[in-house]
Design a protein around this ligand. Structure first.
Ligand code: HAM
Length: 405
């Protein structure tokens, strides 16, 4: 009988990948905390209706990609395809909308989309995301973009930033009508998907990946030329703040995002180094989503980074830190080593070998754990209250007082 394998598009994270994964999460969390975010964790399984109402019934995510099933209690549930909906549900459920004020939350964890797996596209992938509630100032939009830039800069990742404004309930419907008129005239030449979208969600036509459709869309009306005064002023201000902070961006009027909850600012960070699935982070403003999910109207904005895509690009920046290997040369030394290990683990990764061995064997084992410092205790050291150490990087050997180690 064949051994059981993990499901297609779902990977174990182990070895070097897990080192990178935790290194990323630790440092992205540190940066988020410096921006005033606190950690939130929401369930992986939610009611299907949550995503239908937020991400949108006409989106590919809800339409084609959900891991949806009826549970033993006859509830229609699904594995979360993204993080924002659950966080907004929690915000409303815990009545933060009624309390008022500003909330900044970050999260990371697995997301599930039943897509066709390929390089950079998984069925179970991980996001690091942030959501802000209660701030309508466009400075927050800039803040979010600058924070993503800080994270990418920390990991020395080059990127392109694409920016758009999707308008608001005042200007978007007017623009949508203009767009539908334009699209109806070229309907016959557009692909099948575009034709379906003209009916269900015409803005998504702009996002079509087919070259011929993109050519036909060249002269389509642009949302940025159809914004109301408030949206236009906000968009100009956002560009001004980004310019002031030397953050380069491109305006992409076809950037509509695959989720329906956005209004005004929408953005995507891409990298040309990871193949066709080039989006490493995406997000935007969702000022109506809280209300849509039954809460009191509260502005919101956020983003998510695709951790697997980002890890393809991460170069470990830190100097390799010391790793200590502790070994006993006789049985009696083991107890002393347990005390030393506890002390060193305050700030240094420390391995302890539980079997007393000779020098040569200890050095071989130390090499296997990637130790940079080998520290050994035997009869002489026990009698003198000392410890033998060798620094593998410099090859320096020393026998020092235990309290100095
Ligand atoms: P999203 O653009 O759908 O946005 O996903 C964010 C990121 O997740 C993408 O840029 C990509 O790096 C990664 N990603 C998406 N699908 C896959 C996949 N199948 N395999 C690997 N990585 C993937 C959202 O999910 C929004 N919730 C972001 C947001 C937060 N907007 C406001 N707040």
């Amino acid at each position: 009988m064949a051994n059981i394998q993990s499901l297609r598009g779902m990977n174990d994270i182990l070895g070097d990948d897990s080192e990178l994964f935790t290194y990323f999460v630790e440092n992205a969390s540190r940066i988020a905390k410096n921006y005033g975010f606190t950690y939130i964790e929401t369930p992986i399984l939610e009611e299907t209706a949550l995503f239908k109402r937020s991400v949108g019934e006409s989106s590919d995510i809800v339409n084609k990609e959900m891991y949806q099933f009826i549970d033993k209690g006859e509830n229609d549930v699904c594995l979360r395809p993204e993080g924002t909906a659950g966080v907004v549900r929690s915000f409303v459920q815990n009545k933060f909308d009624r309390a008022g004020g500003t909330y900044r939350w970050y999260y990371y964890g697995p997301m599930f989309r039943y897509e066709r797996p390929q390089k950079g596209r998984l069925r179970e992938f991980h996001q690091f995301g942030c959501e802000v509630f209660g701030v309508s100032s466009v400075y927050e939009d800039a803040n979010i973009i600058m924070m993503i830039k800080d994270i990418l800069d920390f990991f020395q990742i080059g990127f392109k930033l694409q920016l758009n404004s999707l308008g608001c309930p005042t200007c978007m419907p007017v623009y949508r009508d203009k767009l539908v008129k334009y699209l109806t005239n070229i309907k016959e030449e557009l692909c099948e998907d575009c034709n379906r979208r003209i009916e269900t969600n015409p803005i998504r036509v702009l996002d079509c990946k087919i070259e011929n459709c993109q050519k036909l869309l060249y002269n389509a009306p642009k949302i940025t030329n159809n914004l109301c005064e408030k949206c236009d002023t906000d968009f100009e201000k956002l560009k001004e703040i980004l310019d002031f902070n030397n953050i380069e961006y491109e305006i992409d009027t076809n950037l509509v995002r695959g989720l329906d909850y956005y209004s005004q600012t929408a953005f995507e960070f891409t990298s040309s180094e990871i193949g066709a699935q080039s989006a490493i982070a995406g997000g935007g403003r969702y000022d109506r989503l809280v209300e849509f999910l039954g809460g009191r109207a509260t502005p919101g904005i956020g983003f998510a980074i695709g951790i697997e895509r980002l890890l393809e690009l991460v170069k470990i920046k830190e100097e390799k830190k010391d790793v200590i290997y502790l070994g006993a040369l006789n049985e009696e030394a083991l107890n002393t080593l347990t005390q030393i290990a506890t002390k060193k683990r305050d700030n240094t990764k420390t391995f302890m070998e539980y079997t007393p061995r000779g020098f040569g064997k200890h050095f071989k084992l130390a090499e296997k754990c990637g130790a940079t410092i080998v520290a050994l205790v035997g009869e002489n050291e026990l009698n003198d209250g000392t410890i033998y150490t060798k620094n593998i990087k410099t090859q320096e050997e020393k026998t020092i007082k235990l309290e100095d180690f």
